[in-house]
Write a protein that binds this ligand. Structure first.
Ligand code: SF4
Length: 336
């Protein structure tokens, strides 16, 4: 996979006040990429009005702006707190992507220049909380992907490296980790590599790194001293899923470094699928597989579907069995 080169860049004028913003605009201007000023990254009228079928085209755009609201919220899964950090959106087009439920067709990558403001807020929070806590940096984006554009992940890892009582965490479906291997993380960052069976990555996680590359990235990061987790997400109960997931765990066992497996923690998340995913996928990627199976799924809240307990509960038992069989030293953080 090649690093992302945008088809067009939209930018808020304010980004010119930041060194990073100036450098990025200059870089893209030198590459002859069209640059378009906008008033606000969340109100780009000409993109809002585009039809669903333009979803994948819009994923090739990059938006530069500043994050206006920085609210750190409590969490009880992968982290204690979620930090809205320097990006939202993504260049990939996973068919189930949760971002589509938030941003609809406008889930293209937006990068925010005001990282100093964000880290200040995090530092204030850490001081106030006092106890050791884990902070999620990539709740609305993939920070490893963003890092190829801004270097912000390496920067924030080093910032956390200097802090007491705080661990940074992020999940990724990309393997662009080389830049992070030399970061002075001081053991204060953990990476969760998100995986699925190869067949699912190929058909469903469009525009992300391959299974082998992700596992390789996990090994490299472990050798560089990071704590590593596996994020099995989302589990998709397609026909033949039992065999696909068993093969995946067998391969993980074969490919992960033995020492890594000893410290491994695992998160498992069953798929939630949005009605907005369904309409956008059908119109923008008509040949893609349909993940909405109303026979196996039930409504969950407004506009979302999840697996009925009749299918989910036995599947959880089977997945736990695979983990016990193929990764017996790993700990399961949660299954939802
Ligand atoms: S990599 Fe993550 S953020 Fe990007 S499209 Fe896939 S699920 Fe969404």
């Amino acid at each position: 996979m090649k690093p992302f080169i945008p088809l067009r860049v939209y930018y808020e004028e304010v980004v010119k006040e930041y060194k990073q913003g100036k450098n990025l605009l200059k870089k893209y201007e030198d590459m002859d990429i069209p640059l378009k000023p906008i008033k606000a990254h969340h109100k780009i009228e000409e993109l809002r009005q585009r039809p669903n079928k333009e979803f994948t085209k819009m994923k090739k755009y990059l938006i530069l702006g500043t994050r206006k609201t920085i609210r750190i919220t409590p969490n009880d899964k992968s982290a204690d707190f979620i930090v809205p950090f320097t990006s939202s959106g993504c260049t990939a087009s996973c068919l189930y992507c949760y971002l589509v439920c938030h941003f609809n067709t406008n889930s293209y990558l937006r990068v925010y220049m005001n990282r100093d403001e964000m880290i200040k807020k995090v530092k204030r929070k850490i001081k106030k909380v006092k106890e050791h806590k884990v902070y999620e940096l990539g709740c609305n984006s993939d920070m490893v992907l963003e890092n190829t554009i801004t270097g912000n992940l390496k920067w924030v890892i080093e910032e956390f490296g200097k802090l007491e009582n705080a661990t940074a965490t992020f999940a990724t479906k990309f393997d662009f980790v080389d830049d992070l291997l030399t970061a002075k993380h001081n053991g204060h960052t953990q990476m969760r590599i998100s995986i699925n069976p190869k067949e699912i990555i190929r058909k469903v996680e469009l525009g992300t790194s391959s299974f082998k590359k992700r596992i390789n990235a996990a090994n490299k990061m472990f050798k560089a001293g990071y704590k590593i987790g596996l994020n099995i997400a989302p589990v998709i109960l397609e026909d033949g899923w039992e065999v696909m997931y068993e093969n995946m765990f067998m391969e993980v066992n074969k490919l992960l470094l033995p020492k890594l497996k000893k410290q491994l923690f695992i998160e498992v998340i069953f798929m939630t699928y949005g009605v907005s995913n369904y309409y956008i996928n059908t119109e923008s990627m008509p040949k893609a597989v349909n993940l909405l199976d109303k026979g196996k799924m039930r409504p969950k809240g407004i506009g979302k579907y999840t697996y009925r307990n009749k299918y989910r509960n036995p599947a959880e038992k089977i997945i736990r069995g695979y983990i016990n069989k193929y990764l017996p030293e790993a700990s399961i953080s949660y299954i939802v």
